[in-house]
Design a protein around this ligand. Structure first.
Ligand SMILES: NC(=O)c1ccc[n+]([C@@H]2O[C@H](COP(=O)([O-])OP(=O)(O)OC[C@H]3O[C@@H](n4cnc5c(N)ncnc54)[C@H](OP(=O)(O)O)[C@@H]3O)[C@@H](O)[C@H]2O)c1
Length: 369
């Protein structure tokens, strides 16, 4: 009898579990999903006819194949990209140069089920798609990169096409004019620049309005505050900070003992990631940690929230290969500083002099003309 009763209770529990997990709980899960999506905040890059609405943070996909030491399994990265979409993120960043030539293929496969619902950004600008071979923004090259990107991304249009670096051999007006033709042909929707300086931004914008400028900006790279963000505000151009966590440094997870794969990680040689500079810059991490500890935020979340608080047209694109980091970074959009908090935190951070250049070779000063 007792055995019967136990079996009955067990079956009852299973049945009620099944009832709970079928329509009702699936409905609840879908509601939760919908809620997540509607909870996502959005921002506008660019203005007028050239405005583009995107989630307040995007996903940088470069590190899934390039420059971040390891190359994770493709299936896992497809899952990260698709989960980002499920959580309401709709802005995905790639480039011909990432891999090189393979990151777009990964992104194209991952986004194919929801391609029409997202904003897909990619870039042209290097010889044969390889940064190591130098710059190439000749009109014929731009057109052939776009054809290649469309195939790799399995799509018939690119939402946002950036010039990856200004090419001193090709007038920026010619680049803007070429992208304008691609826009007229329907192959591209919006035009962007990366690491361009004030003169080139103005010249390009006069030919084809620029929707977004993507440049390195983080609490370790504040140069865009001097001129570039101001010109974006003046001209109604969105600003997309790349490496917003300073390639992982502004999370507290990297330190002077971190080891990078020299065959697939630029941090192995970039001055800022060398041990003595990491130690010298560590007070920034301590300040962010102290601020975050009091408010239930991680170091990375404070770093991203600080960027978001600078201007309403700023949309950072942190890169990650981890679902946990993706969610953490997206949650940074939920935090709003009081005026006093932002002033005090910024004043504390301004006291730290960041050491170690962000790049070797072509420096920011050379590219930002
Ligand atoms: N226009 C350009 O010239 C240019 C140049 C560089 C990058 N980009 C774009 O910007 C995107 C982001 O830049 P990035 O990858 O150089 O730098 P980033 O976003 O500042 O940092 C990425 C690194 O931080 C780690 N990370 C991310 N979130 C974290 C968290 N919450 N906690 C701990 N670690 C975290 C990632 O490791 P895990 O994978 O372990 O999370 C990864 O190694 C790229 O994917 C690319 O799309 C553009």
């Amino acid at each position: 009898m007792e055995n019967h009763r136990r079996r009955f209770l067990k079956t009852g529990a299973l049945v009620s579990g099944a009832i709970l997990s079928s329509p009702t709980s699936i409905g609840a899960q879908m509601d939760a999903k919908k809620k997540n999506k509607t909870d996502m905040k959005y921002r506008t890059l660019g203005s007028g006819d050239h405005a583009l609405k995107v989630s307040s943070v995007g996903l940088g996909c470069m590190g899934m194949s390039y420059h971040r030491s390891f190359v994770p399994e493709k299936k896992a990265m497809i899952s990260v990209i698709q989960k980002a979409y499920d959580l309401g993120l709709n802005f995905f960043d790639t480039a011909e140069a990432y891999g090189p030539l393979v990151n777009e293929i990964l992104v194209g496969e991952a986004i194919s089920p929801f391609r029409k619902d997202i904003v897909l950004a990619t870039k042209f600008g290097f010889k044969n798609g390889k940064p190591s071979e130098g710059l190439d923004s000749r009109p014929e090259r731009i057109r052939s990169v776009v054809e290649h990107s469309l195939r790799s991304l399995k799509t018939d249009y690119i939402d946002l096409l950036y010039q990856h670096r200004v090419d001193p051999n090709i007038p920026i007006e010619e680049v803007a004019g070429t992208v304008q033709i691609l826009i007229k042909e329907g192959k591209v929707k919006y035009f962007g620049l990366s690491e361009a300086g004030v003169t080139n931004i103005r010249k390009a914008h006069a030919v084809q309005p620029v929707t977004a400028l993507q440049s390195e900006y983080s609490l370790m790279t504040r140069e865009p505050e001097m001129e570039v963000i101001k010109i974006c505000e003046e001209l109604g151009i969105g600003f997309v900070p790349y490496s917003p966590l300073s390639r992982g440094m502004l999370s507290g997870y990297l330190n002077e003992r971190s080891v990078y794969n020299p065959n697939n990680d630029n941090r192995a040689t970039l001055p800022r990631y060398q041990p003595q500079n990491v130690i010298a810059n560590w007070p920034v991490i301590n300040i962010l940690k102290t601020f975050g500890d009091q408010r239930g935020l991680t170091v990375a979340q404070v770093a991203l929230a600080w960027l978001l608080a600078q201007k309403p047209f700023i949309v950072p694109i942190p890169g990650t290969t981890k679902l946990a980091h993706l969610q953490e970074n997206m949650w940074a959009t939920d935090f709003s500083f009081t005026k006093e908090e932002l002033t005090n935190l910024t004043a504390d951070l301004n006291k730290i002099k960041i050491v170690g250049d962000r790049y070797t070779g072509i420096s920011a000063q050379q590219t930002q003309k």
